[in-house]
Design a protein around this ligand. Sequence first.
Ligand SMILES: Nc1ncnc2c1ncn2[C@@H]1O[C@H](COP(=O)(O)OP(=O)(O)OP(=O)(O)OP(=O)(O)OC[C@H]2O[C@@H](n3cnc4c(N)ncnc43)[C@H](O)[C@@H]2O)[C@@H](O)[C@H]1O
Length: 273
Amino acid sequence: MTIYAIGDVQGCHDRLEELLHAIRAASAEAQFIFVGDLVNRGPHSLATLRLVRSLGDAARIVLGNHDLHLLAVAQGIRAAHRSDTLDAILQAPDREELLDWLRRQPLAIFENGHLLVHAGVVPQWTAQQTLELAQEVESVLRGPQWVSFLRQMYGNTPARWDDSLQGADRLRCIVNALTRLRFCTADGTMDLTSKGTETELPGYMRWFEVPGRKTEDVTVVFGHWSTLGLIMRPNLISLDTGCLWGGKLSAVCLEDRRPIQVDCPQYQRPGSI
Ligand SMILES: Nc1ncnc2c1ncn2[C@@H]1O[C@H](COP(=O)(O)OP(=O)(O)OP(=O)(O)OP(=O)(O)OC[C@H]2O[C@@H](n3cnc4c(N)ncnc43)[C@H](O)[C@@H]2O)[C@@H](O)[C@H]1O
């Protein structure tokens, strides 16, 4: 089975259609794993959601922070941001089916030696532990308490994972690592504010450059961090190539690591948000 991981689409539906076309030209039976942030800030979030859902069993996704943001806005828990492009989804006749489908998606997937998450993994977590912790959040999102979970999801604390964390703090820490992490310290303390490629905060580094992180034995595939661009290392693939910002939309074949990219017009100007 040929599987392509696909980076952050963020509502760039037409670019996604072009990318899927290019992938299928290379491999007609290809399957897809999206690394999250299907929606928001780009022009066609509704069409993107419908397209990915319509792929059925051929597509899997992990949830990103913008996908969770959509769920929270739809429940009236968060106000829409001025740069949001979610209105068409919120007004769509199939809104409930789409949102119900979205909230049942995982936050981490393991596929043939690859761990796929939206943003990152703290250094203390093994791949197996990451999947188990993701499942804790997934079961809440799929269950009757999902709206109250979203109410408690926001915030940057606790900044450091501890196995003894309980309740909302535990779930928030898991969500923040999997969907928002960029920089952390060697002991896994997260900085959830810096967005560039480097941080000047002493002791903080890119999460995937923490020496001895426990996911070094698998290939972690992630999106979220558009300023990094495409990174391919033996045990790492970074896939958000700034489609939204006038970069590219990228896919990488998990079997042979062949990248396929399409160029994107600039929908948002860097620095304007
Ligand atoms: N538990 C939780 N707690 C809090 N919030 C939660 C949450 N769960 C979900 N959320 C939600 O998360 C949402 C987004 O938060 P934000 O903080 O707004 O978004 P982000 O995903 O961190 O950054 P962004 O989307 O700008 O990232 P990118 O790498 O593309 O871009 C990064 C920067 O790079 C810049 N950039 C891009 N391309 C560039 C280029 N070519 N040159 C220079 N700069 C560039 C851009 O200007 C941009 O500022 C919020 O709506 C919130 O509701």
